[in-house]
Design a protein around this ligand. Sequence first.
Ligand SMILES: *[C@@H]1O[C@H](CO)[C@@H](O)[C@H](O)[C@H]1NC(C)=O
Ligand SMILES: *[C@@H]1O[C@H](CO)[C@@H](O)[C@H](O)[C@H]1NC(C)=O
Ligand SMILES: *[C@@H]1O[C@H](CO)[C@@H](O)[C@H](O)[C@H]1NC(C)=O
Ligand SMILES: *[C@@H]1O[C@H](CO)[C@@H](O)[C@H](O)[C@H]1NC(C)=O
Ligand SMILES: *[C@@H]1O[C@H](CO)[C@@H](O)[C@H](O)[C@H]1NC(C)=O
Ligand SMILES: *[C@@H]1O[C@H](CO)[C@@H](O)[C@H](O)[C@H]1NC(C)=O
Ligand SMILES: *[C@@H]1O[C@H](CO)[C@@H](O)[C@H](O)[C@H]1NC(C)=O
Ligand SMILES: *[C@@H]1O[C@H](CO)[C@@H](O)[C@H](O)[C@H]1NC(C)=O
Ligand SMILES: *[C@@H]1O[C@H](CO)[C@@H](O)[C@H](O)[C@H]1NC(C)=O
Ligand SMILES: *[C@@H]1O[C@H](CO)[C@@H](O)[C@H](O)[C@H]1NC(C)=O
Ligand SMILES: *[C@@H]1O[C@H](CO)[C@@H](O)[C@H](O)[C@H]1NC(C)=O
Ligand SMILES: *[C@@H]1O[C@H](CO)[C@@H](O)[C@H](O)[C@H]1NC(C)=O
Length: 701
Amino acid sequence: MGVRDSPWAALTVAWLFLQAQVLHSQEHLLCNSSDSKALLDLMSNFESPIEGWELNANANCCNWLGVVCDSTSSLGLSDDPSSSGRVVELVLASKMHAGNLSDSIGKLDQLRFLNLSHNLLESTLPESLLHLPNLQVLDLSHNEFSGPVPKSANLPSLRFFNISENSFSGSLPVWLCANSTLIQVLNLAANYFSDVIPPGLGNCGSLQNLSLATNNLTGGISEDIFTLGQLVQLSLQENSFSGPLGSGIGNLTELIRLDISANEFSGSIPDAFQNMKKLQFFIAQTNGFAGFIPSSLSNLPSLKFLNLNNNSLTGTIVVNCSAMSSLVSLDLGSNNFRGPFPEDLPNCQKLQSVNLARNKFTTPIPQSFRNFSSLAYLSISNSSLSNVSSALGILQHCSNLTVLVLTLNYFDEELPGDASLSFPKLKVLIMANSRLRGSMPQWLRGCTRLQLLDLSWNRLGGTIPSWIGDFQSLFYLDLQMNSFVGEIPKEITGLPALIHRNMSIMEPSDFPFFWKKNKTSGVLQYAQFTSFPSTVDLGGNSLNGSIWPEFGNLKDVRIFVLSNSFLSGSIPDNLSEMTDLETQSVLQQSVREFSVAYNNLSGPVPRGGQFSTFPNSSFEGNNLCRDHAPPCPTSQSQPGLTSHGDDNSGSVDHAMSDINLGMTIGLAFGMAIGIALGTTRTGDLCLHAIIRFCDRVKLCY
Ligand SMILES: *[C@@H]1O[C@H](CO)[C@@H](O)[C@H](O)[C@H]1NC(C)=O
Ligand SMILES: *[C@@H]1O[C@H](CO)[C@@H](O)[C@H](O)[C@H]1NC(C)=O
Ligand SMILES: *[C@@H]1O[C@H](CO)[C@@H](O)[C@H](O)[C@H]1NC(C)=O
Ligand SMILES: *[C@@H]1O[C@H](CO)[C@@H](O)[C@H](O)[C@H]1NC(C)=O
Ligand SMILES: *[C@@H]1O[C@H](CO)[C@@H](O)[C@H](O)[C@H]1NC(C)=O
Ligand SMILES: *[C@@H]1O[C@H](CO)[C@@H](O)[C@H](O)[C@H]1NC(C)=O
Ligand SMILES: *[C@@H]1O[C@H](CO)[C@@H](O)[C@H](O)[C@H]1NC(C)=O
Ligand SMILES: *[C@@H]1O[C@H](CO)[C@@H](O)[C@H](O)[C@H]1NC(C)=O
Ligand SMILES: *[C@@H]1O[C@H](CO)[C@@H](O)[C@H](O)[C@H]1NC(C)=O
Ligand SMILES: *[C@@H]1O[C@H](CO)[C@@H](O)[C@H](O)[C@H]1NC(C)=O
Ligand SMILES: *[C@@H]1O[C@H](CO)[C@@H](O)[C@H](O)[C@H]1NC(C)=O
Ligand SMILES: *[C@@H]1O[C@H](CO)[C@@H](O)[C@H](O)[C@H]1NC(C)=O
């Protein structure tokens, strides 16, 4: 119920407001009997009755929930004010109604406003619906309607038409425009419309918001669209549009938001933005655009969000910050830009979010970045950068820096440990896959707000310092595949955010640097770091000693990996408390991964919690025994006691740890991916790993 309450409450307010306008007359209105009949017929095609409606054709339908009448007199149909009321509005949204939409809807010929959105209706569209002379607003969004939209339509009063999030197919119903020239909002998104856009959209000359997103449309954008001079929002993303983006786009001078992402556009981006003086959002990621960023785009004063990620753009990055005074977010990642690191960016006074990952820079991060005080989110992964000492020395002066992602750069360099470096606002630090040498840097201690730390796949050595336990907000710690030695500091078992993840400290941001596969839609999407699973991953190091029973306190940990080290002793029974999380899950996702494989562990695997659900691969490469295994060699020993097992398995463990990294991570995460990661550790393969391990969020940028 709770889920449906709030939209309903909002709707009720809206409904009351609308009703107030006709309330005066409605109090005395008696429903026209042919309207009552039509409504009852409508209901009979629903799977269950409509709450607040009577099953009686003589009842006054003007009093039914969701129905608004107007008097025939005010409609100019009759002179008798006490006579019949006609249904002008019908709102049955978000009510879980299932069934079909009956053709009798067409009998409500005075209907002006119809909202059936967010139900489970599943028929094709009755043709009569598209011949209601007074209909102004039609919202059928988020249902299960299917089939093609009927080819004949005459809705001369139509202003708003939303059939998004259904299963309509066939050609895009642009023929609506022939008789609905006043339409302002047309939303056909998230259906299965296919083929090219047929001619005819040009008749919708008053269109302000047009969304064709998430369909199966092909071909170019029809020239028709470029004549829609009133458009403020154009959403064409997630189709298969191809060919160049015509320069006619520049005729859309009222546009505020243009999204053409995830299509197959190619050629260069037209230099046609000079007259688009209102454009704030240009989102064109994941296309095949090549060539330079046109100067009319890189000089556009109104632009706030520019996303050209994952294209094939070339040249040096030129952004004219003297002109781009509104720019807040710039994403030029995953292109073929080459040349000096853009020095001018700090002059974009409002720029907060910068992604330049996966390009090739010939110069290091410039000194000008010392004055980049608006910068909050920076990713420059995999961009051929060198001189990590200089980079950190400069970036520490960015007083607002919150998220820093520098993965796959600075190969084989020494990570400076200098305690005088200072990043007081840093919440996320990702410097993975870089073979960085050195030890856990002292300056990290000052990053007291740290929530996410990923230094995995480097060559950091020494012990993991005990101050790692001081981070009050750290919920994601990934130090896997380094050369850390010694015992696991017990302080990790006291990290407050892993004992109880406090969502209130997480401020969501739109920083789009992380990929994640959406389990429902199967699409790779940006994920915020705050949605990451709580993680402790120390696998693939040379840690020794035993596993602290106190790890059982980390009640909110979702991923716990200590595999491929030299840990000994038994698996403490307390760990099963850590995994006993079925009902208290803070996070929506049920990510759960546990591995202590390939250590020197011995004794029985605990039976409590979810331990029985973990695969044998979580435990293999030890001297452990599980429920049905042959009698445990150390089954008599107390939990926590170190067992020396037999020499054979011990030497196997050591041998395993010496095998190349790819093999060992492969054993922990799955053979195929592990080998792929081991052979070439590039961003692409990392991405590949996410796709395969969609639950396991790997940070690659
Ligand atoms: C229809 O109802 C839904 C759910 O209450 C609401 O979100 C939506 O804005 C309504 N549509 C229109 C056009 O008012
Ligand atoms: C009800 O509406 C119909 C039009 O659909 C009209 O012909 C009829 O006269 C109305 N009945 C009354 C009682 O007003
Ligand atoms: C909807 O229409 C389909 C096909 O005509 C029919 O099989 C189904 O029973 C109808 N559903 C309802 C609830 O009337
Ligand atoms: C259309 O409906 C969808 C789903 O209910 C909603 O998200 C969207 O905002 C609506 N579009 C417009 C233009 O109102
Ligand atoms: C527009 O309306 C007229 C009159 O009802 C009709 O003849 C014509 O077929 C309609 N056009 C479309 C494309 O449905
Ligand atoms: C989209 O179109 C392609 C080729 O035209 C077809 O193979 C695919 O099944 C379509 N997808 C959907 C969801 O209709
Ligand atoms: C139309 O688009 C503008 C600009 O993106 C947006 O602010 C507005 O809410 C949209 N209107 C509707 C009805 O969706
Ligand atoms: C763009 O506008 C110009 C001038 O109004 C006009 O000549 C041209 O045909 C338009 N282009 C398109 C593609 O509509
Ligand atoms: C990048 O674009 C290619 C096609 O150009 C697509 O296959 C790939 O999924 C995109 N990558 C991401 C992360 O969206
Ligand atoms: C950058 O923008 C400023 C202010 O609009 C302008 O005067 C200058 O010519 C632009 N520079 C370039 C290289 O476009
Ligand atoms: C730094 O961040 C704070 C809070 O997010 C913000 O209010 C402030 O404007 C930012 N500073 C600059 C120079 O953008
Ligand atoms: C996954 O995709 C579905 C369908 O597109 C969407 O409704 C849902 O919100 C997405 N899930 C997340 C976590 O973004």
